[in-house]
Design a protein around this ligand. Structure first.
Ligand code: PEP
Ligand code: MG
Length: 591
């Protein structure tokens, strides 16, 4: 008899529905640490790896020598001992530490993934058994490297997931997320928050995701059939096409169903075919509004697109360049490859459209270099760049060479400074940019295209002083993810539900204040911009430029197009009232 469905609820981190099989990633804190080494760290890291291998060898020998294992188990352990001498495993891992400057855990996990994949494809059962031995042995080495019990470590091949994989994990760091390749159709985690960068990356890749799902890794087993329903509760969800009407009380909660029944599976297929139909119609920008003004849709990206994510969008309102460097930490030290990366961006599928490059925004959950264990609490965004002038200069130089190589037009490349809070920060970046521009022009012997320098408004300090900053910034983009969490005093990796984060009257008051005082063009690029329930209010407040994840652009477009005169006026009235509301509950009641 087949077992009945098992349901979990979680917070929606990235909207959509998914159907697939569980790939359970069990690790301490969700992942082995991924960290790029400084050149001087390579030697000590090789020694650390050698010591962990030696400790594993001693432990195995002790186990065998104690004579309590029985003949069969001893034979298995003897065979595993040989793996510790295996050049494919040990030498290749050392090579990764040495030449690719990966930390030992990361290098070993990657090598084991490659070897296991190779062995598991073999028909021969002996080879398949070797795959299990390999995993056991690598877990032992990892446990010695990380100082944790062996049972806590499990690393499936994240890179080449089989078709329709739903990744199930306790937590997933943004840097680990960057290494998910292949066929990931959904993500569910026990930890995580709705505005963490894992959620942002999932959205940007159009992968439905739920976070904060209790008891997940205890109850879900590898290979279980799973269905994710990460759609805000809407009238006719899964059946009617957009525009969606969100039941805001339920806006942030979604379902994970293990062993889904027929009704859920059918609703999934209906949703997918509806989405396909809607996507074919596409989006356009600008969109005329009933008052005669125009709204514009822009994209938030974090990787070079292989195809145009939304042909009708105006361009890229936020390119999170830090993810280029987090994914490939060697990029910053390779001026040629770095410049070519920007040249490819400007001459690729988005050629000809404006692209707003946000300078490397390190800190919080995006530690750079991607050192999972180290979190510098002082250096976020522009502070990090000004404390590391070689990084800032290297990036600016690469961008300027890249846009010149791509033949970008004046104004097509816009530069944006992250997490600004002090006036002098913009001055310092402006000076560096002018100097690097002069140097690059002299080297290339040609005039570079104009690049406007704007800034994120994502700290309350910058929001309050925006009219002052306007003298030093060509444009603003409101980053409500950081602005909100800094205003209400929570960490970036907070796990507050959506309602508690974004229905705060203080947030709407801040946006209204910025709109009143800002004298330069302004857009909004935080996750709030992609919420159909809040769009009429943001438009009511006066926002006209929205930069959203590719997976949110269709919903956004449909919600704006649906604003007839009545809905537009209602949005204006709601905007006025949310600014006067006292509580998030009052705001929710108004939606
Ligand atoms: C923001 O803070 O709203 C923002 C868009 O930047 P990020 O999410 O990358 O911090
Ligand atoms: Mg931010």
């Amino acid at each position: 008899m087949s077992e009945s469905p098992l349901e979990f609820s979680g917070m929606i981190a990235s909207e959509g529905k998914a159907l697939g099989r569980a790939r359970v990633l069990e690790t301490i804190a969700g992942s082995v640490p991924h960290r790029s080494l400084m050149p001087q760290e390579v030697g000590p890291e090789l020694s650390r790896f050698r010591d962990a291998v030696q400790a594993s060898r001693t432990q195995m020998k002790e186990l065998i020598g104690a004579g309590r294992l029985g003949h069969e188990l001893s034979a298995i352990f003897e065979a595993q001992l040989l793996l510790l001498e295996d050049p494919m495993l040990i030498d290749e891992t050392r090579e990764k530490i040495r030449s690719r400057k990966m930390n030992a855990e990361w290098a070993l996990a990657e090598e084991v993934g490659i070897l296991k994949d190779f062995l598991s494809k073999a028909r021969n059962t002996i080879f398949q058994e070797r795959a299990a031995d390999l995993e056991d042995m690598s877990n032992r080495i990892l446990s010695n490297l990380m100082g944790v019990p062996e049972g806590d470590i499990r690393i499936p091949g994240l890179k080449d997931l089989p078709p329709d994989s739903i990744v199930v994990a306790h937590d997933l760091s943004p840097s680990l997320m960057l290494h998910i390749r292949g066929n990931c159709v959904g993500i569910v985690t026990e930890a995580g928050g709705v505005t963490g960068h894992m959620a942002i990356l999932a959205k940007s890749r159009g992968i439905p995701a739920l976070v904060h799902v209790a008891n997940l890794t205890q109850k879900i087993k590898e290979g279980d059939a799973l269905l994710i329903d990460a759609l805000p509760k809407v009238t006719g969800a899964g059946v009617a096409p957009a525009p969606m009407r969100v039941d805001s009380g339920q806006a942030s909660s979604g379902r994970l169903v293990c062993r889904p029944g027929e009704a859920d599976v059918e609703a999934y297929h209906v949703y997918i075919s509806g989405l396909r139909r809607r996507s074919e119609a596409g989006v356009r920008s600008p969109i005329s509004l009933p008052d005669g003004s125009e709204a514009r849709l822009w994209l938030n990206l974090d990787q070079l697109p292989e195809s145009d994510p939304a042909a009708g969008a105006s361009g890229v309102g936020l390119f999170r360049t830090e993810f280029l460097y987090l994914k490939d930490p060697t990029l910053l030290n390779d001026p040629e490859r770095q410049a070519q990366c920007y040249a490819d961006l400007f001459s690729g599928p988005l050629a000809g459209r404006p692209i707003t490059l946000r300078l490397l925004d390190a800190g919080d959950d995006k530690a750079y270099p991607p050192q999972a264990a180290v979190r510098d609490r002082d250096l976020r965004g522009v502070r990090f760049l000004l404390a590391n002038p070689n990084i800032l200069e290297s990036q600016l130089r690469a961008i300027l060479v890249g846009v010149s190589r791509a033949g970008a037009a004046d104004g097509q490349c816009r530069l944006m400074v992250p997490v600004v809070s002090r006036f002098e920060e913009m001055e310092a970046v402006r000076e560096t940019l002018a100097r690097v521009r002069d140097e690059v022009e002299a080297e290339l012997g040609s005039r570079l295209p104009e690049t406007a320098l704007g800034m994120m408004l994502e700290t309350p300090a910058a929001a309050l002083m925006c009219e002052v900053f306007a003298s030093n910034a060509a444009f603003f983009s409101i980053g409500t993810n950081d602005l909100t969490r800094l205003a209400i005093g929570v960490d970036r990796d907070n796990t507050l539900p959506y309602d508690e984060l974004f229905y705060q009257p203080a947030l709407f008051r801040m946006i209204a204040m910025i709109l009143e005082r800002a004298t330069v063009p302004l857009s909004i690029c935080g996750e709030i911009a992609g919420r159909p329930d809040l769009l009429p209010i943001l438009i009511g407040l006066g926002v006209r430029e929205f930069s959203v994840a590719p997976s949110a652009v269709l919903n956004c477009f449909e919600s704006i197009v649906a604003l007839d005169e009545h809905a537009f006026e209602r949005g204006g009235e709601q905007a006025r009232r949310v600014c006067q509301a006292h509580t998030a509950a009052d705001v929710r009641a108004l939606l």
